[in-house]
Design a protein around this ligand. Structure first.
Ligand code: SAM
Ligand code: DTB
Ligand code: SF4
Length: 332
């Protein structure tokens, strides 16, 4: 959050973006787009600070959904070993380790279409335990009903992650077992329960730039912008239908981050999955373009993430600190 909020302009915080405006941002010369995104970034955020979130898969594999990118779907032969819902104590051990490594948020993910009410007792205990350690809590469990969102809010949940994944137009090519509307409903239920919304998507799935614009347009025209916007670069996993799709160019990836920053200036934009195959230079550009959060820790949910030491070296080289330290405003 900016140290001096007086620079904030209501004009920046719009939820009435048109699709044409979003497409026009994508079409800007790269330098113009990055200048605009970075200038806004400096007004709303500390420019040399990133927030660290650590992920843990609390229930792995055997998911009934057919998300074409996902190694956890029961429909694809990915060689993943399924694991039942973890015990609370084991989750708390992982959370403590994440905290000791410098993460400020612990995100627990389950390979469910939606949680069963009976599973929520244990998940609530996880949330309480992680929160008691002084970490922010985040869950991603699939679709949530209003009463389930209320239960998690009562347990002290800070964030719920539920991605729109792609544009409404491309969505049917990626997932057939739940609709775009289902996803929007879950976001509404989370918001109504008073839990902060983490929602973004995946790029590099063979979609067009218009689809990337469509995804960001959906996110930026929600009644309230998601507080956290993860932009995942597809991690291609053998056995999934998207294995072998042409990767997105790093320039187009950075463009997507920059447009997200311009559309949702106050939100945290997370440089999410896909960093193991991303150069330091691409990541540096993504931070310049407005990314101010990463997944930190050697595993995402089931696939790998950069080694902690590698990230520490990169952040040090860039003079980027991790969230927590007081710093001056750089707006203007
Ligand atoms: N099962 C729940 C759901 O889908 O809502 C929660 C877990 S799911 C794995 C969380 C998110 O991870 C997905 O919405 C998707 O955006 C992202 N994800 C999954 N597999 C990915 C991959 N191979 N590359 C990039 N992101 C991925
Ligand atoms: C998000 O947007 N990305 C994270 C988190 N939310 C749950 C998940 C990335 C998963 C990458 C593939 C895997 O490790 O299974
Ligand atoms: Fe299941 Fe979530 Fe993977 Fe889709 S993204 S297959 S819902 S775990």
């Amino acid at each position: 959050m900016a140290a001096d909020a007086s620079f904030e302009s209501k004009q920046d915080l719009r939820t009435d973006w048109t699709k044409a405006e979003v497409e026009a941002l994508f079409a800007l010369p790269f330098n113009d787009l990055l200048f605009r995104a970075h200038s806004l970034h400096r007004c709303y955020h500390q420019p040399n600070t990133v927030q660290l979130s650590t992920l843990l898969s609390i229930k792995t594999g055997a998911c009934p959904e057919d998300c074409a990118y996902c190694p956890q779907s029961v429909r694809f032969e990915t060689g993943l070993k399924k694991e039942p819902l973890m015990e609370v104590d084991a989750v708390l051990v992982a959370a403590q380790e994440a905290k000791d490594n410098g993460a400020t948020r612990f995100c627990m993910g389950a390979a469910w279409r939606s949680p069963k009410d009976r599973d929520l007792d244990r998940v609530e205990a996880m949330v309480r335990g992680v929160k008691a350690m002084g970490l922010e809590t985040c869950l991603t469990l699939g679709m949530l009903q209003p009463a389930q969102a209320d239960r998690l809010a009562d347990a002290g949940l800070d964030y719920y992650n539920h991605n729109l994944d792609t544009s409404p137009e491309y969505y049917g090519k990626i997932i057939t077992t739940r609709t775009y509307e289902d996803r929007l409903d879950t976001l509404k239920n989370v918001r109504a329960a008073g839990v902060k919304v983490c929602s973004g998507g995946i790029v590099g799935m063979g979609e067009t730039e218009t689809d990337r614009a469509g995804l960001l347009h959906q996110l930026a025209t929600l009644e309230v912008h998601p507080e956290s916007v993860p932009i995942n670069d597809l991690v291609q996993v053998g056995g999934t239908p998207l294995k072998g799709v042409a990767p997105l160019s790093p320039i187009e990836f950075v463009r997507t981050i920059a447009v997200a920053r311009v559309l949702m200036p106050k939100s945290y934009v997370r440089l999410s999955a896909g960093r193991t195959t991303m150069s330091d230079e691409t990541q540096a550009l993504a931070f310049f373009a407005g990314a101010n959060s990463i997944f930190y820790g050697e595993k995402l949910l089931t696939t790998s993430n950069p080694q902690n030491e590698k990230d520490r070296v990169l952040l040090k080289q860039l003079g980027i600190r991790t969230e927590g330290a007081a710093q001056p405003s750089h707006c203007g």
